[in-house]
Unconditional design. Structure first.
Length: 56
C-alpha cells in the first residue's frame, strides 16, 4: 500500500553567541595585486573572451 506524506516539519537551532557571529563576519583575504596591467588591457581581454563565447 502506498504512503502519502502530507506535511514535512523542519526545525533548526541558530546560535547567536559572539564567538559564532565573529567567525561568520571575518573578512575574506584580499586578492593578490595584479602587476603592471592597465585597466583598459583587462577590459579588452574580457571583451575578447565574451566575443569568442558568442562565436561558438
Amino acid at each position: 500500500m502506498p504512503v502519502q506524506i502530507n506535511e514535512v516539519v523542519i526545525r533548526t537551532v541558530v546560535d547567536h553567541t559572539p564567538a559564532a557571529a565573529g567567525a561568520v563576519n571575518d573578512p575574506a583575504p584580499a586578492p593578490p595585486p595584479v602587476a603592471n596591467v592597465d585597466d583598459n588591457e583587462l577590459a579588452e581581454k574580457i571583451l575578447a573572451i565574451i566575443r569568442e563565447k558568442k562565436e561558438r
